[in-house]
Design a protein around this ligand. Structure first.
Ligand code: PRP
Length: 470
């Protein structure tokens, strides 16, 4: 291939100087820190009697779509093998290890650990990595309480060994008395690091009892997840009780302690929601929220006087991005953006303002059953709507003033937000079908909801009572 930048290759291979989306090169210090943390954890695992296993990077696709362990197929990186079978890059470490134990290891109990990558296709341009490092353990053949305590204790010690600061572990999945028993068996570590959340669930469905997750300052997502999965080896013909966890190495690398005085950052949507948002802040008694509206004030972060709150001005889609990554704890954003963009955040409260609706609109007299080409700023919403109608249409993404598309003959109809209906009327268009109602929502980063629980609860309670009084 020669020099990628040489002029004589016509820049045909220019894309090769970058890596595929969701992947990147890692250099020097980052490698060293990662290795140091992994080594600290694997050393601990070995000291506790766990032995290392490693599983293939390539696995059969069907392994991860069984009833016990359905991983969303669109998140798996697929390859067709020479025999025509579908293969995937390993999306999970536990299932292949359950296969090893069920099919190759007669002696029970088995204490196993691993440090390897998992691969999941990440959402477009969301800063998610496709390849993430996991360092974890699996304990096979020790059922119930004893196994649960051994693993939770090891999870806490692994995070300490990796130098994780200000973390805590949530336990759930059992009745409250059983969770209490696990916590008290952990002694001081239980008091210091464990919180009970009986309603906790995990994304992966093979868990059958105790589940747990850990959060730490600086990481917007869970840094560790685990639980009991007594039925997974049954898929390979042998029932062995099991419990384990994985530390998400990329997330613990983001861990840094915050000062307790750090401000609560609320991302606020610019544009149509801003005036109502400021009115809400006034009802809450926040000082000078109008500063957000001062013309020519180019500041994007406004510290609210006499409070620990900072308001961050952002475009709607970016409000979700900042909250999802945990750099803002809370956000105020329309349900239109939530439905279009999705994301990993918690929707806390319907603020009741910014009310409008999603609608299918077109020329007066158009038959909604006949429209075939749709223009929209919200292609995902449009696609979901037409799927729900059992219809297949072409969708063209338009960034604004979408009413132009049917006027100019680019599309038969639009999927858009309608508030007063004035824009449709002025352009000779009308609502052909209502899709759903929209209003502003208060959203939160899931990790922040745990790490700054009392501050966020206080703020939400203020919002709820201000809205109830209004
Ligand atoms: C929105 C929407 C419609 C209009 C509807 O556009 O896309 O065009 O408001 O409001 P109405 O029913 O009260 O007339 P927005 O003003 O956000 O700008 P955009 O067209 O650039 O998206």
């Amino acid at each position: 291939m020669g020099n990628l930048k040489s002029p004589d290759n016509n820049n045909k291979y220019e894309f090769l100087i970058s890596t595929p989306e969701g992947t990147r090169d890692r250099l020097w210090d980052e490698c060293a820190v990662r290795r140091e943390k992994e080594s600290a954890m694997t050393k601990l695992f070995a000291e506790r009697g766990y032995r290392e296993v490693s599983t293939p990077v390539l696995e059969y696709y069907d392994l991860f779509t069984q009833a016990q362990n359905p991983i969303a197929q669109e998140t798996m990186v697929k390859i067709v093998g020479r025999d025509g079978r579908l293969l995937v890059l390993r999306p999970d470490c536990t299932t292949p290890i359950a296969r090893i134990v069920a099919t190759r290891l007669d002696d029970i109990p088995q204490r196993l650990y691993y440090a390897q990558s998992v691969f999941r296709l990440a959402a477009h341009s969301r800063g998610e990595n496709c390849e993430t490092g996991q360092c974890g353990v699996e304990l096979f053949g020790v059922s119930g309480f004893d196994g649960d305590v051994e693993i939770v204790s090891l999870a806490i010690d692994a995070l300490i060994a990796a130098g994780t600061e200000h973390f805590y572990l949530e336990l759930g999945g059992l009745a409250i008395a059983e969770l209490e028993a696990v916590r008290s068996a952990l002694g001081d570590a239980g008091d210091k690091y464990v919180r009970l959340e009986p309603g906790l669930t995990q994304d992966i469905e093979y868990y059958t009892g105790l589940v747990f997750r850990a959060y730490a300052e600086g990481a917007g997502k869970a840094i560790l997840a685990g639980g009991r999965y007594d039925k997974l080896t049954g898929d390979f013909g042998r029932d062995v009780p099991a419990v384990g966890f994985a530390v998400y190495v990329d997330e613990i690398l983001k861990n840094k302690s915050k000062k307790s005085s750090e401000r609560l950052k609320i991302a606020v949507t610019k544009g149509r929601l801003l005036e109502d948002t400021i009115a809400l802040f006034k009802r809450l008694g926040l000082n000078e929220p109008e500063s957000l509206l001062v013309k020519n004030d180019r500041r994007l972060v406004h510290d609210v006087p006499d409070s620990n709150i900072s308001l961050v001005l952002a475009k709607a889609a970016d409000v979700i991005t900042y909250v999802e990554h945990g750099v803002c704890e809370l956000g105020i954003v329309g349900r239109d953006t939530i439905l279009e963009q999705g994301g990993d955040f918690s929707e806390l409260y319907d603020l009741g303002f910014g009310k409008c609706r999603f609608a299918l609109a077109g020329r007066i007299g158009s038959d909604p059953g006949e429209v075939a080409t749709i223009a929209s700023k919200y292609p995902n919403v449009a696609r979901t709507y037409f799927i729900s109608k059992g219809r297949d249409v072409d969708i063209i993404k338009i960034d604004g003033s979408v009413e132009l598309a049917p006027l100019l003959g680019l599309a038969d109809a639009i999927v858009d937000i309608v508030s007063t209906g004035g824009t449709l009327k002025a352009n000779g268009l009308t609502v052909l079908d209502d899709i759903c109602d929209i209003s502003a929502r208060l959203i939160a980063n899931p990790a922040a909801m745990r790490l700054r629980k009392s501050e966020i609860e206080r703020f939400v309670n203020r919002v709820v009572s201000a809205e109830t009084d209004a």
